[in-house]
Design a protein around this ligand. Structure first.
Ligand code: ADP
Ligand code: MG
Length: 559
């Protein structure tokens, strides 16, 4: 520690480059400080440091590690506490550029496995970014001393070193409840659960916080279930959606899309107070939408689109610029390739010709002249033959009444079960389509990816919605179940790792996803890094579906 202080005094007023020498490990009374990466100038990406605490310093308890979920939730509580302490820290460290800035990769409403806080039974690590202080481009050693010796210590003392034990216990209880509810859903074959009292709408289109004065969710009696959860005396009640085909209907503005969005996010778990903390969905559930303009590489979309007028095959379909219907077809087949067991669809973001073709149109345009087999003709065989459930919002057409197992009507934000009524007016059953057969084991050509990256391979996230693969952007703006920019960064790291991995192995996409998930489980989010002990950067765990989504949208991909 004194060594660092002397060092800072020695390099005071020198050129910024002299900071490079402070990369080292130092012992403070409250923690070990590891300076892993020193920025090149005060305006560049900030420096990376870790604060490492002993078991005793943090009061680590073995009960935190009883389940993986408990550990992640305690890490989440610590992360939020550090973030709060940073915001409240009154110690102003000044200078040019990012001088004095302290940041942790903090979570929003969702609780994700995240690299910023790492607990083991023996120690805890907090990863931070800091801006090393300068005046212009000269080192300001005085301010740097303030940053290291006052600010960091104060932040640690006001967060993880004085952690509210009640908050930790609450988080552990929530973890256990989420595990129990997910377990129950699995046993009962429920693909979604929405607790009574949940607040589904958000404050605004740009806020993830719950809307004030919203109408709380209340299950229809027909769908209401009651689940006994640990750490609470009364069972929790709410709406269960069973495997099969569920249709959500209702007039415009009655809350259909809001419900579906909550289900989309229900593949993740939310913090207490979010309003959706007991809204859970099959963790493999995948949003399917039209995505005009995306690229497609070698996908068998023939179950949905066949016999194109120009005679080109759709069993191995590639395009630089997909239409609404072909993009939606590819999104379905790719989702199944990753192991999705539930599809989530909202009429607001679909291609109509992919979803339905009504009686009159069928009379006018013969089946042989129409390359598209609409989803309504496939949704039942998807379930009957492949066990794939669908939850579908459709207010504008009754074509799905015949195939739906359940019909839920949103009526002024209250769901009603109208299955029987819908069945009464459903009309003739649909003629059955040919059995579902399609290829879904594409093998990506990794060698091709490597040559794209060139000499200085760089793959990086530019915000949540874009990854730059070398110079080529991957557009993820319509991949709606990426909820955190740190997930995008992790996806970028994985793509780079895959591209540079020297391998002759021919792995299918799903084999690759298995392998990646295994690596993360075994080695953590930093598995792509040379030195897995160093600051891993700002990373959170994506699902395999979103990893595949990025690969599938890489325009230069070949199979
Ligand atoms: P739909 O898809 O049926 O047209 P939306 O889900 O888009 O309807 O909801 C319409 C509006 O109602 C949105 O602005 C949404 O924020 C609001 N809203 C949704 N659910 C609730 C609720 N439970 N309480 C209050 N407002 C809600
Ligand atoms: Mg809508």
């Amino acid at each position: 520690m004194q060594q660092l202080r002397q060092h800072l005094q020695r390099i005071n007023q020198k050129s910024y480059k002299a900071y490079k020498d402070i990369a080292n490990t130092y012992t403070f009374p409250e923690f070990q400080l590891a300076i892993d990466y020193v920025q090149g100038d005060p305006f560049a990406a900030p420096s990376k440091i870790r604060l490492i605490f002993s078991k005793e310093q943090l009061g680590i308890e073995s009960s935190w590690f009883e389940t993986k979920r408990r550990k992640i939730y305690v890490e989440d509580v610590m992360n939020r506490s550090v973030n709060r302490a940073i915001k409240q820290s009154k110690i102003a460290v000044r200078g040019s550029g990012k001088s004095g800035k302290v940041e942790i990769d903090a979570p929003d409403q969702v609780i994700l496995e995240r690299a910023a806080v790492q607990l083991t039974p023996n120690q805890g690590t907090i990863c931070l970014s800091i801006g090393l202080p300068a005046n212009g481009r000269r080192i300001n050693g005085k301010e740097a001393e303030k940053l290291f010796f006052d600010a960091l210590t104060k932040i640690a003392k006001q967060s993880v070193l004085s952690l509210d034990k009640k908050k930790v216990i609450e988080a552990i209880h929530l973890a256990d409840q989420h595990d129990a509810l997910r377990q129950k859903m699995h046993e009962e074959g429920w693909i979604a659960f929405v607790a009574n009292g949940s607040i589904l709408p958000r404050k605004s289109g740009v806020s993830t916080k719950p809307m004030n004065n919203a109408i709380p969710f209340q299950s229809p009696t027909e769908n209401e279930v009651s689940v006994q959860l640990p750490h609470r005396s009364k069972p929790i009640k709410g709406m269960a959606i069973k495997k099969g085909i569920t249709l959500i209907v209702g007039g415009g503005f009655h809350g259909k899309s809001t419900l579906l969005q909550a289900l989309e996010e229900g593949v993740y778990e939310h913090i207490a107070g979010d309003g959706r903390e007991f809204v859970l969905t099959d963790p493999t559930a995948t949003k399917i939408r039209a995505e005009d303009g995306r690229s497609i590489t070698g996908v068998d979309i023939s179950p949905f689109i066949n016999d194109l007028p120009n005679g080109s095959s759709t069993a191995n379909f590639s395009t630089e610029n997909a239409s609404g219907s072909t993009s939606q077809a590819a999104n379905v087949v790719e989702a199944l390739e990753t192991g999705a067991n539930t599809l989530l669809i909202d009429e607001d973001t679909t291609a109509t010709n992919f979803m339905i073709r009504d009686q009159r149109m069928q009379q006018l345009v013969a089946k042989e002249k129409e390359p598209i087999t609409p989803f309504v003709h496939r949704v039942k065989s998807l379930f009957d033959e492949k066990g794939i459930s669908t939850i579908l919002v459709m207010g504008g057409s009754g074509d799905y009444f015949q195939v739906a197992d359940e019909v839920i009507m949103m009526d002024q934000y209250y769901p009603k079960n109208v299955t029987n009524k819908a069945k009464d007016i459903a009309g003739e059953p649909l003629g059955s389509a040919k059995p579902l057969e399609f290829q879904q084991n594409r093998v990506p050509n990794l060698g091709g990816l490597q040559s794209m990256l060139g000499h200085k391979p760089k793959v990086q996230a530019k915000g949540k919605d874009t990854i730059l693969f070398g110079k080529n952007p991957i557009d993820l703006s319509l991949v709606e179940q990426i909820v955190d920019v740190s997930q995008t960064r992790m996806i970028a790291n994985v793509l780079k790792y895959m591209a540079l991995k020297k391998t002759n192995e021919q792995k299918s996409i799903s084999e690759w996803l298995d392998w990646i998930e295994h690596q993360i489980d075994e080695k953590g989010l930093s598995f792509t890094q040379k030195n897995t002990n160093e600051h891993p950067g700002e990373l959170a765990r994506p699902r395999r579906m979103e990893l595949a989504s990025a690969l599938n949208r890489l325009r230069e991909l070949t199979m």
